[in-house]
Structure formats: C-alpha cells, structure tokens
Design a protein around this ligand. Sequence first.
Ligand code: C5P
Length: 221
Amino acid sequence: VTEPDLAGRHVVISAGGTREPLDPVRFLGNRSSGKQGYALARTAAARGARVTLIAANTALPDPAGVDVVPVGTAVQLREAVLKAASEADAVVMAAAVADFRPATYAAGKIKKKDDQEPEPIVLIRNPDILAEISTDRPRPGQVVVGFAAETDDVLANGRTKLERKGCDLLVVNEVGERKTFGSEENEAVVLGADGSETPVPYGPKEALAETVWDLVTRRLR
Ligand code: C5P
C-alpha cells in the first residue's frame, strides 16, 4: 500500500531531452526517452503529490492526474521550470538538458553546396537550470534533485557535480548497455549533500523513483 506521504505537496519534475534547432528541420538532441521522469511523476502522484511534469520531446502517454507542460529547447525548459518552481516543495531535474546550443539558427534549411565543405557548427552555453534553482531556491526550503549520467569514476564525478550544482540530492547513473537511456531499468547511487550515499540496485525505473521520493520526504519534514 502506498502511503500518501506527498499529500499537500507540489513537485516539479523535468523529463526527456532537449532539442536545440540548427534550422527548421534539424536539431542537436540526445537519447533521453523520458521514462525515468515519467516514473517519478507517476509515483509522486500515487503518493498524493500535485505534480507538474515539464516534458521535453517525449513520446509517452500523459500520466493520469499530472499537469504536463511540453517544451522543446533548454531555454524553454528553463522558463517552464522556473515558472512552476516558485510554488514547488521539490524540483527534480531528470531531463537531459543540452549543455550547449548552436550559436545561430538558420531561418531556411541549410543547403549542401557542390564542391564546398560544410560550415562548422559553433556552439554556445545553455543556462544551467539545476545550478540556478539550487542557488536561488525559488521557494524557501524546497528540495532540489539532479541527475547525472557518468561513464567513469561515477561516484567521484558525482560528488564533484553535486557540490558544483549545489543541489540536495544527485542521482548518479552509470551509462551502460542495458541501463539508463531508453531502458525500462536503471541502477544508480543517490548522493546527498549531507554526505549520504544510497545505492539503488538494478531494477525498474519506478523503484529508483520511489527511493528518490523517500529521500525527498525525509528532507521536507
Ligand atoms: O552537468 P550535467 O549535464 O551532467 O548535469 C546533469 C543535471 O543537470 C541534470 O539534472 C540536468 O537536468 C541538469 N542540467 C540543467 N541545465 C543544463 C544542463 C544540465 O539543469 N544546462
């Protein structure tokens, strides 16, 4: 039986992956499916929370009883998250946000020209939404959670990232064959700013989501 331990709480979750357009038909994107963010939304709703799900380019059914806000780019995701975060008890940034975007957008489709090499793509930084929310805390006392996909030195890199971003919890995934992107399963360690380490064994994304909410509710009390 699920305890309604998030009743009366508002949680904001970002899910999916941003797409940064180059021209009307092309973008720079990533492999995030949104499944982990949707699992977080379903489990939070089941635990009684009011849920706002900021969904970046996902192709998943809207979870029942959840407010879904579709977005495309990192800049749009930032706007939507900041708007919702001012009333949120917790913000969980599960979306894969592009760190960079093309410096210019071509209003017409970029053409291939005979006997000419293509123009290089120049990138500029996107705003770091997790770092911004962790620093500014749009609502005092709110819990901020980030995600990090790492390929090596997972724990050490995770600890550095948690400190750099300033969030309360960081879910660190090892990117691998059957894990993380597009998969139904995940395996992670949840690092706390208090120095805690909570390992979550390989299993459904729902199980990781429940652990995140266990850790969040403890910090809300
Ligand atoms: O720095 P990195 O991209 O590895 O950080 C991942 C975490 O930071 C995720 O929680 C992601 O949602 C968030 N992020 C962000 N804004 C960015 C890049 C990442 O909020 N521009």
